[in-house]
Design a protein around this ligand. Structure first.
Ligand SMILES: Nc1ncnc2c1ncn2[C@@H]1O[C@H](COP(=O)(O)OP(=O)(O)OP(=O)(O)O)[C@@H](O)[C@H]1O
Ligand SMILES: [Mg+2]
Length: 484
């Protein structure tokens, strides 16, 4: 195929002589098969030719020998006159044989030709010769000499007998076959060239289309695609794979670009705010304590900035699908236990009741760090948004459909059903929680983590609020089960 795209460098010269279709692989292959076809039909027909010639010669020689034996028998039994009678009878009856019976002196006694053939006979007396047939009425004619075979035998008493047979018609037939074979072979090659040119033109036109699309993409027009004819042949397959590859590259590039854009966008606001605070601390002359407070504030702003930065970064990474390679078999109970160990002391401090209910041996395929992070984000929200005295339940169980469910339930205010899709978006925080710390990325991360794991995230009403004000919240991640 490479020859279509680019002629080989060592045929520099020939590329100006050969038309472009002749340089394609398709053309060469078609031509080669036509040549093979022509050659093999030539060989087969040549064999047929040889067999026909041999059979014709043998048939003629046998007939000549039989006729010769018949005359000899009469000659031996009844003498030259009887042989003469026989020859005259046979000639008059319109037989196809040529005869000549010569006396010992060399003079013609009988026969329908005047002289013995001038070609030398072989040791058995057989000759191949040409003669001119006399026309009825003895006129000499312009007819070309005709091919014949014959047998010369020496009889008792010095007599010489010649019997011959005209084989001109057979020779012509054989020549006719030979010419047909040559013409057919020539035609096969010519047809090979024509069909090769047609096939290769079609083939290279389609390859040119794919090459053109590739060049367009290289020139920066990422949207261009190779045309398809949906025939399902290998070129259509190539075009389809090529297009799929471009789609994927384009999608990845878009995601990366939007990840970069959003990091810049998301960090601009907190950075501007921090700069404003630092500036006013510098401008408003205050005492040392004020400045220290301003510095402490700047440090906590920077911390928040770093947190946001990390969250946005891992969100982007998740969305470009980079993490999937680190997947392993995970026991959810073990991960839950780690997260619980982290948050139990926090709950004691905040006055929340904290319970864990995890069935052992429920395994999924995933990234340990990400699953732990998602769980921590959910528990963190539950603690943050559930008023003091509420309860939080962390649970892992298998569902009736065979999936593994990880859920966090709280007895806080809950989220109204119409707000549920919205809180999963980046930087969305509900009105009620504006006065609580946070940037609104926690649930976006949980959502992205669920996606890479092929898990389903669902938000439902909880068991009701402990203070009677709301429904509580139950957030669940439904993982496909994976047995190691
Ligand atoms: N358990 C919950 N009960 C009630 N509201 C909740 C709960 N969890 C989340 N929310 C609401 O959803 C919003 C988005 O939550 P998310 O975790 O994404 O951000 P955040 O907690 O505000 O900030 P952070 O990025 O620090 O997690 C919250 O601001 C809150 O309004
Ligand atoms: Mg949160």
């Amino acid at each position: 195929m490479s020859s279509v795209a680019q002629p080989a460098p060592d045929v520099e010269g020939s590329r100006f002589i050969l038309p472009s279709f002749a340089r394609t692989t398709a053309f060469r292959l078609t031509l080669l098969s036509a040549a093979l076809f022509a050659f093999s039909s030539f060989v087969i027909l040549a064999l047929v030719y040889a067999a026909t010639v041999t059979a014709g010669v043998r048939r003629a020689d046998n007939a000549i020998a039989q006729e010769s034996i018949a005359i000899e028998a009469r000659f031996r039994a009844e003498g030259p006159a009887a042989a003469n009678r026989y020859i005259v009878q046979r000639s008059v009856a319109g037989g196809e044989f040529l005869y000549l019976l010569n006396q010992p002196s060399g003079r013609r006694l009988s026969g329908n030709i005047s002289n013995l053939p001038s070609t030398r006979p072989d040791d058995q007396g057989r000759v191949r010769f040409t003669y001119e047939r006399a026309r009825v009425g003895g006129q000499s004619t312009a007819e070309p000499s005709r091919a014949a075979r014959g047998l010369i035998s020496n009889l008792e008493g010095g007599y010489t007998l010649f019997v011959g047979l005209d084989v001109e018609d057979e020779a012509r037939f054989v020549t006719y076959i030979l010419n047909s074979v040559l013409i057919a072979s020539g035609l096969a090659v010519a047809m090979g060239i024509v069909s090769g040119a047609l096939v290769s033109r079609r083939f290279s036109r389609r390859l040119d289309d794919i090459n053109a699309a590739a060049r367009e993409v290289m020139a920066g027009r990422l949207q261009s695609r190779a045309p398809r004819n949906f025939s399902g042949d290998e070129l259509d397959d190539l075009a389809s794979n090529f297009n799929d590859m471009l789609d994927r590259v384009e999608r990845l590039m878009q995601r990366m670009r939007s990840a970069g854009d959003s990091i810049a966008h998301d960090l601009r606001l907190p950075l501007t705010r921090m700069r404003g605070r630092l500036e006013s601390a510098l401008v408003d002359a205050g005492d040392l304590a004020d400045r220290e407070a301003a510095l402490a504030q700047a440090i906590s702003d920077a911390d928040e900035l770093l947190k946001t930065f990390n969250a946005v970064l891992s969100l982007s990474r998740l969305q470009t699908g980079e993490r999937r390679r680190a997947f392993e078999t995970l026991d959810l109970a073990a991960i839950i236990a780690d997260v619980a160990e982290l948050y139990e002391p926090v709950c004691e401090e905040t006055g929340h009741e904290f319970a864990v209910d995890a069935a052992d041996g429920l395994t999924i395929l995933g990234d340990r760090e990400l699953v732990a992070q998602a769980t921590a984000n959910l528990v963190d929200n539950a603690i943050k948004y559930t008023p003091e005295g509420g309860a939080i339940m962390l649970r892992v169980r298998s569902t009736s459909s065979g999936a593994v469910e990880l859920s966090v339930t709280d007895t806080g205010p809950g989220i109204a059903p119409e707000e549920r899709p919205r809180v999963l978006e980046r930087f969305v925080r509900l009105e009620a929680s504006r006065n609580l710390p946070g940037v609104g990325l926690g649930l976006s991360l949980v959502q992205a983590i669920a996606e890479v794991h092929g898990a389903e995230l669902s938000l439902d009403d909880g068991p009701g609020a402990s203070n009677g004000d709301g429904t509580g919240l139950r957030i669940a991640l439904l993982f496909p089960r994976h047995r190691a």
